[in-house]
Every structure is written in structure tokens, then in C-alpha cells.
Write a protein that binds this ligand. Structure first.
Ligand code: PMV
Length: 312
């Protein structure tokens, strides 16, 4: 028996952080960048459920019910097995992921989704997207504390989403393909920390944080209309506005601001940080003729990686 499953990375187009506070956000999968999980029978002499992720090996004893599982991947496997009423089999789950961690691309949710699907396949079940989504959200809570649910939703359904917390999923169709460059500052930052800091700002300086968060919600509503209409210049301008509001919320960083400036100066339609911020990735909205000069400018300005993706 060998089962393999995978899940994509994601990018938040607009609306991060405000989405935690009940406002809408737009996000899309990055299908070319994926995490995969493969389940194989253990080698002779190795017992229990083993999870191998690069250098890390997690061993779960046969009776996983009695285990306090803190690790996200182990928790994913455990939840799927419990739902299937199975105890831990003699398996090794190997994780391979091309998604950089702690960089705003949803690596944690993608790995959990891949593990959930692979484990379900291995017990002869297919797991419904809605069930997997709920399960990955549970696991996301270990990483984030109070995640909005946008990461697991866009990754599990692998579709562009207009996401509002606790509301029925809405996807959208773009009027014209949106070309994006995703550039990595190389600096890792924990979303849990930036989300926590925005919450503190919300409580300590409500006159600053609350209007900024509301304004992000309005920017997102306008961006959805621009996406549907295929109005890319308007979308770019809204991305710039969104970045400014995220700066007000203190979640940008000098590295992110440098890349955003460089992209705009080289002809991007707009640019902003993407995800939790303070590090990780930014996105630049480009056109076919500006993609190359903007990419060169991003590298020149210190991006450790630049990749292109199209939302269509
Ligand atoms: O850093 P990421 O890719 O996990 O994105 C987090 C997005 C936030 O809005 C900051 C948090 C959330 O739970 O929605």
C-alpha cells in the first residue's frame, strides 16, 4: 500500500489581518507550489505511526488515543484516524514540501491537508473537502491561536476565494488573468505574533486600528469588483492602499517595504505584503511586459526568491 496526496500553497491577495476581525479577504491557491504526503508501510522493526518531515521524525505509539499530541502533523493524522475509528497503524508518513515555512504561503495548512488526504486514502476513505477543511482549521489553531480560516479554506478547496469568517464560501471568477510576482524577504516571522500584536493595537489604540481594519474591508470589496471586471490598474492601486493600511497596523517591515517600493518603481501596477507580514512574502501585480523588469528589481532589492503565478 502506498498513498500519496498533495495540497497547494496559497497567497492572500488582499485583506489579511482584517479578515481575523470579520472583514472579507481575497486569496488564491498557488497550484505550482505544493506539499505532498506519502504513506508507506513501515520497514521491518519499526512500529507505530511515524511521520518524517525532512530531518524531523515523529513517532506515535500504537495507542495514539492516550497521547497528548502537540505536533500539528501528528494531530492531523490522529484526527483522520479517529474519524475512521482506526488506531495508529504501522505506517510512515513522509512529507515533502516545496512551500517555504513561516513566509505567508500557508505551508502549515498545505502540509496538514496533504497528510489528512493521504491518511484517509490509506484507510480506504476519501475525505470530503468540508470535513478536511474543518480538520485542518483545528490543526491551524495550534500554529496561529485564532486563525480566520482563510488559509485552510483556499488550500483545501484549491480555488480563488472571497472569504468572510464563519460565512458560506464564495469563490470568484476574474475578468482578466492576474499576473503576480511573489517575492520572499528571506526573513521568517510567525503569523501568531503579528496577529497578536494587531489585536493588542486594536485594544490599546482603537482610534488607529479600527478605522484601518474597516478600511481594509472596504478595499477588499472594491478589489473584488475590480477583479471581476478585469480592471488590473484599479486592482494595483487598491493593493498599494492595502499595504499602507497594513503599515498602519504595524505588520510590515523594512524588508517588505523595500521590496514593495522596488516593485512599484520598476513598473508594477501595485504591490503589498502578503500573509502575516513582518517578513515572509510580498506580492507585486504585474503585466506580461513588466514581469521581467519587476522581477529583476525585486532580486536587486534583496528578494531571496521570486516566483510568478497567475490567478485565472
Ligand atoms: O501568514 P499566513 O500566510 O498564515 O496568513 C495569515 C493571514 C492572517 O490574516 C494574518 C491571519 C489569518 O488567520 O487570517
Amino acid at each position: 500500500m502506498i498513498s500519496t496526496a498533495s495540497a497547494p500553497a496559497k497567497i492572500i491577495l488582499l485583506g489579511e489581518h482584517a479578515v481575523v476581525h470579520g472583514h472579507p479577504a481575497l486569496a488564491a491557491p498557488v497550484s505550482a507550489l505544493r506539499a505532498a504526503a506519502t504513506v508507506t508501510p513501515n520497514a521491518p522493526g519499526e512500529s507505530g505511526l511515524r511521520i518524517v518531515a525532512g530531518e524531523t521524525v515523529i513517532n506515535l505509539p500504537a495507542d495514539i488515543q492516550s497521547q497528548t499530541v502537540q505536533d500539528a502533523l501528528a494531530l492531523t493524522a490522529r484526527l483522520v484516524l479517529e474519524a475512521a475509528d482506526r488506531s495508529a497503524p504501522n505506517w510512515t508518513i513522509t512529507i515533502e514540501s516545496a512551500i517555504p515555512i513561516a513566509s505567508g504561503l500557508g505551508s502549515g495548512a498545505a502540509v496538514s491537508a496533504a497528510v489528512g488526504r493521504a491518511v484517509a486514502l490509506s484507510v480506504g476513505r476519501t475525505i470530503a473537502d468540508s470535513d478536511l477543511n474543518a480538520l485542518v482549521y483545528e490543526v491551524e489553531r495550534l500554529h496561529h491561536g485564532t486563525p480566520s480560516g482563510i488559509d485552510n479554506t483556499v488550500i483545501v478547496y484549491e480555488r480563488p476565494v472571497y472569504f468572510v469568517r464563519d460565512q458560506i464560501l464564495e469563490t470568484f471568477s476574474v475578468g482578466s488573468p492576474v499576473m503576480l510576482l511573489v517575492a520572499d524577504t528571506g526573513k521568517r516571522a510567525l503569523t501568531r505574533d503579528s496577529v497578536g500584536d494587531v489585536r493588542k493595537l486594536y485594544d490599546s489604540q482603537p482610534e488607529l486600528a479600527q478605522p484601518a481594519i474597516r478600511a481594509i474591508g472596504e478595499v477588499v470589496r472594491q478589489a473584488r469588483a475590480a477583479l471581476i471586471a478585469g480592471d488590473l490598474p484599479r486592482l494595483g492601486a487598491l493593493a498599494d492602499e492595502n499595504h499602507l493600511l497594513l503599515q498602519t497596523l504595524t505588520v510590515s517591515s523594512p524588508e517588505l517595504d523595500t521590496l514593495v517600493q522596488a516593485a512599484r518603481a520598476a513598473g508594477a501596477l501595485g504591490a503589498k505584503l502578503s500573509g502575516g507580514g513582518r517578513g515572509g512574502n510580498m506580492i507585486a501585480f504585474v503585466q506580461p511586459e513588466t514581469a521581467q523588469p519587476v522581477e529583476a528589481a525585486l532580486r536587486q532589492a534583496g528578494a531571496v526568491n521570486v516566483s510568478q503565478t497567475i490567478v485565472s
